[in-house]
Unconditional design. Structure first.
Length: 387
């Protein structure tokens, strides 16, 4: 089927190093809590496969742990052993066969390790003697400050722990490359380990890894350097930031701008702009989340640093997503819950924007039948389904 030119920014390609995303729609990392002993299951093949088949230009696998003690829940998946690579290769190949760019987010839960899932009410996981490495699966952080009320006090990390984490991120990145992922994102937001070192609300250290702004940034910068050294030069590296803690005395947007100016020369290609996760909600008192409530963060980072940015946060409608890109607020838009509701959101958005690419993002066989359906029943609306 011949390629047709798009008239919308949402469906224009984006080149990041040697990788070309077919459109500006990213499926954000979404935890599934379906792992078994850190390993992916058929559920993950289904979840990521349907997102890839739905037409998103970039599909990011859920936060994947770089070491066992960095797992957040019993259902987390990881890349801390070599034998975890082969099952992921199957998922990567399926995503590529569907025409998307496969990406992975690497993370360490830090203070938020060993917890219940959100559906279980969060909170600390009750002690389970049948977990052989229970004592080794200890929440860690920069300082002995719990991540929230009722949560465990983390073990303050030693210099050896810090070095082990840096090495674990690099080793996992190498495994991700062997698995075939084309985009790698480091999770440095939402109160997880890398974010907890950045924020003065969690980091009260008095050594070279805490205190001053430069010291608090040291762990993330060290991880980026270690990862970039093993991640192929032609493949892009992203960093997800909580651009503001939204709490007094916490990490600010101005801090994020200064940090991004340090990240770009180290080989970071785009910033995934989120917020919060350290102390309550980043929203101002009495406010509730509205459509695109975090887009202003991506816009501010992009304007101040020239970095490519990805906007997140209640991006729901096709016209809304197109306006974000057309105004220059971001280079990518990431959707999560909206794609759970409708994995075919990209195709639906193309129809609503009357984009020439409409079915071009699908596999050849699917596109053939939908083109035929469109030609024979031109009065159909995008939401109408017939047998």
């Amino acid at each position: 089927m011949a390629h047709r030119e798009t008239q919308n920014q949402l469906f224009s390609p984006l080149q990041l190093r040697d990788v070309v995303l077919k459109n500006r729609i990213a499926a954000a990392p979404m935890w599934q809590y379906q792992g078994r002993h850190g390993r992916v299951q058929d559920w993950h093949l289904m979840h990521l496969g349907r997102l890839a088949a739905g037409g998103s230009g970039l599909v990011l696998q859920e936060g994947t742990g770089v070491e066992r003690r960095g797992a957040g829940t019993l259902g987390d998946i990881g890349l801390w052993q070599d034998d975890m690579v082969a099952p992921l290769q199957r998922i990567v190949q399926l995503m590529r066969d569907c025409g998307t760019t496969p990406g992975i987010q690497l993370m360490h839960a830090g203070r938020k390790a060993r917890q219940l899932t959100p559906a279980q009410g969060r909170g600390p996981l009750p002690c389970q003697p049948d977990i052989a490495d229970w004592d080794a699966w200890t929440p860690m952080g920069p300082s002995a400050i719990p991540a929230g009320k009722g949560l465990e006090t983390p073990l303050p990390m030693s210099l050896q722990h810090i070095q082990q984490v840096v090495e674990a991120f690099a080793a996992a990145a190498g495994r991700a490359a062997r698995a075939g992922y084309q985009v790698l994102e480091l999770h440095a937001g939402h109160g997880y380990l890398l974010h907890s070192f950045l924020s003065p609300l969690a980091n009260r250290r008095g050594d070279a890894w805490g205190g001053s702004f430069d010291n608090r940034c040291r762990l993330l910068l060290s991880v980026v350097e270690a990862v970039r050294a093993v991640w192929p030069a032609g493949l892009p590296l992203l960093v997800r930031l909580s651009c503001t803690d939204g709490a007094p005395g916490g990490w600010t947007l101005e801090d994020s701008i200064a940090l991004v100016q340090r990240l770009l020369p180290l080989g970071v290609d785009a910033i995934d702009c989120s917020s919060g996760g350290i102390a309550g909600s980043p929203l101002r008192g009495g406010e509730s989340a509205t459509y695109g409530y975090q887009v202003e963060l991506a816009s501010a980072i992009k304007a101040a640093t020239g970095a490519r940015t990805m906007a997140v946060g209640l991006i729901v409608h096709a016209q809304q997503a197109e306006a974000i890109l057309r105004s220059g607020d971001a280079d990518l838009v990431a959707l999560a819950r909206e794609l759970i509701y409708n994995p075919n959101w990209p195709m639906d958005a193309a129809q609503k924007l009357q984009d020439a690419q409409d079915f071009q993002m699908l596999t050849q066989n699917e596109a053939f039948w939908l083109e035929r359906r469109k030609a024979t029943t031109p009065d159909l609306q995008p939401s109408t389904f017939v047998r």
